[in-house]
Design a protein around this ligand. Structure first.
Ligand SMILES: Cc1cc2nc3c(=O)[nH]c(=O)nc-3n(C[C@H](O)[C@H](O)[C@H](O)COP(=O)(O)OP(=O)(O)OC[C@H]3O[C@@H](n4cnc5c(N)ncnc54)[C@H](O)[C@@H]3O)c2cc1C
Length: 497
């Protein structure tokens, strides 16, 4: 039997990010994954601006991108319509990084920090064990029991943990199955980007992966098929030809799988000491590249809260805010991807009025504010958690912008101050008037005197470890905000002063 603080079930991007956040906070973590090797299928291929920011906040982005040619792109798609991601101010566009690279990077960080990632260990049983959680895995060492205070179910859309806990996954099944493939193509149509339509409701989405390999997703009319039905080369050729005719040739198909447009979301992201994240909590049509990005967002929201609970300073309600903050984000992703599936005619209905709706949306997106709204939604940059604040306060609940600052006479970016995964209180006043209030929390909040490089900034900003602002400078409420998010202050420290 093994004993640890948190067990993470699933070494996909969600589980690995959660484990990386817990490890950064010094929490003993064990990751278990059923697969003996990482899944070689490319699956998600884009990190959106907000995910790039989250990795940048930890100082991981440069190393993630370092080994490869992962082109950045400011143009994405909503139901095939071009979206300018940089319409929402950020330092980062999207980056074409395959899911496998993200998993490889995170796993290397974990094993380098001594956090075990046990592959080939399938969780088959779960039990409440005197207030702790115990799971049994089967694998190379036979049956092994693992015990922890908390468990994160990041075990994907078919979550075993959800099944073992007998929890519903309400929503709707897929209406129609598409094929996603990594292929080398030739011909004039082989460099197209975005969505193309052929007669009879057939469609193809194309975008480049690495080298000459392209991702092609093809769909059209026809009943939903089992994901277990193998995709044949002939089938893929036929659908590509149905859209492009002779303008495309398939040279090689590296990998292919079936995906559908099912949309489901778990009702509660928390079940006692078990927390659901990523695809285990929500699945939706894979459009606009939001699946992996939403899972990583869940992980960063959950990681510091679980760490606070393990370290014993989490206020009573902190763990519940994981559900109240992330469930609406997941619900919104379900809604926008369902709308996209309809608009792009995923099911190949060939409805005669759909082009008119798409044209209307195209016109709407020519309005800068509409484009900004769409960019904010699809990238996750516009996420604003429901944190009480004054009506005039536009920052609380939103992500901290990566401002240029002067700290200790040196230029710093705000995100560089979040590398340690701790909360920060930025005090912009010339006399450092907010710093004393944060001293009793110095074991969990870094209070930093800062010279702003912009004038439209509140006198102080309190930023959670996940990079979201939870209070801005009103001296009368700083104590309440610190207690609300970071628990009771260290009494011994106060007495010693
Ligand atoms: C074919 C395909 C194409 C896709 N294309 C895109 C795309 O283009 N863009 C996009 O954004 N998203 C895409 N997705 C979705 C994206 O891959 C997921 O949203 C993302 O992988 C979710 O990450 P996760 O970590 O939550 O879950 P997963 O990546 O599914 O990871 C779950 C992990 O849990 C493990 N596991 C499961 N059961 C157990 C158990 N009992 N015990 C231990 N371990 C277990 C699994 O082995 C797996 O490694 C695609 C998915 C598929 C399948």
């Amino acid at each position: 039997m093994t004993e640890t603080d948190v067990i993470v079930v699933g070494a996909g991007p969600t589980g690995l990010t959660t484990a990386a956040e817990l490890t950064l906070a010094g929490v003993r973590t064990l990751v278990l994954d059923a697969l003996p090797e990482r899944n070689p299928l490319s699956r998600a291929a884009v990190i959106h601006s907000r995910t790039a920011e989250l990795f940048d906040q930890r100082g991981w982005l440069d190393s993630l991108l370092a080994p490869g040619d992962f082109p950045s792109t400011r143009i994405g798609h909503f139901a095939g319509l071009p979206i300018d991601y940089l319409a929402w101010p950020t330092r980062h566009p999207a980056y074409n990084v395959p899911q496998g690279r993200i998993e490889e990077f995170l796993e290397a960080r974990l094993t380098g920090s001594g956090t075990p990632v046990l592959r080939g260990h399938r969780v088959v049983e779960l039990a409440d064990d005197n207030g702790a959680i115990s799971v049994t895995s089967t694998g190379p060492d036979g049956h092994v029991r693992h015990r922890a205070r908390y468990l994160v179910a990041a075990d994907g859309g078919h979550s075993t943990i959800r099944t073992l806990l007998n929890l519903d996954f309400p929503g709707r099944p897929g209406t129609s199955t598409a094929v996603t493939a990594e292929a080398i193509l030739t011909g004039p149509a082989s460099t197209r980007q975005g969505t193309d339509y052929g007669p009879g409701g057939h469609w193809v989405i194309q975008f480049p992966l690495e080298d000459r390999v392209r991702r092609v997703v093809t769909g059209g009319p026809g009943p939903a098929r089992s994901r277990d039905d193998a995709v044949t080369a002939d089938e893929l050729r036929t659908t590509l030809r149905a859209v492009y005719g002779d303008a495309i040739e398939t040279v090689e198909i590296r990998r292919a799988a079936r995906i559908d447009d099912a949309a489901r979301q778990i009702t509660g992201y928390r079940a006692g000491s078990v927390f659901f994240a990523g695809d285990a909590a929500h699945i939706h049509p894979p459009l606009g590249g939001q699946g992996m990005n939403t899972g990583i967002g869940d992980a960063v929201n959950l990681g510091w809260k679980l760490s606070a609970a393990v370290h014993g300073w989490a206020p009573d309600t902190l763990l519940d805010t994981y559900h109240t903050e992330r469930h609406p984000v997941g619900a919104r992703v379900l809604a926008n991807t369902r709308a996209q599936a309809l608009l792009m005619d995923w099911a190949g209905t060939g409805h005669a009025d759909l082009p008119a709706v798409r044209d209307l949306l195209t016109d709407l997106l020519a309005v800068p504010e509409a484009m900004r709204w769409m960019a904010g939604m699809t990238t996750g940059l516009d996420i604003r958690y429901d944190i009480p604040c004054a009506a005039s306060d536009h920052l609380t609940g939103s992500r901290m912008p990566d401002l240029d600052l002067i700290v200790a006479d040196r230029p710093r970016r705000a995100y560089s101050l979040l590398h340690a995964g701790r909360a920060i209180l930025l005090d912009f006043t010339p006399d450092g008037r907010f710093l004393p209030a944060a001293r009793p929390w110095s074991d969990r909040v870094d209070a930093i005197p800062v010279v702003p490089q912009t004038i439209s900034i509140p006198p102080a900003i309190l930023v959670r470890p996940d990079g979201y602002v939870c209070w801005t400078g009103d001296p009368a409420t700083s104590d309440t905000a610190l207690r609300q998010w970071f628990g009771a202050p260290r009494m011994r420290w106060c007495a010693a002063r």
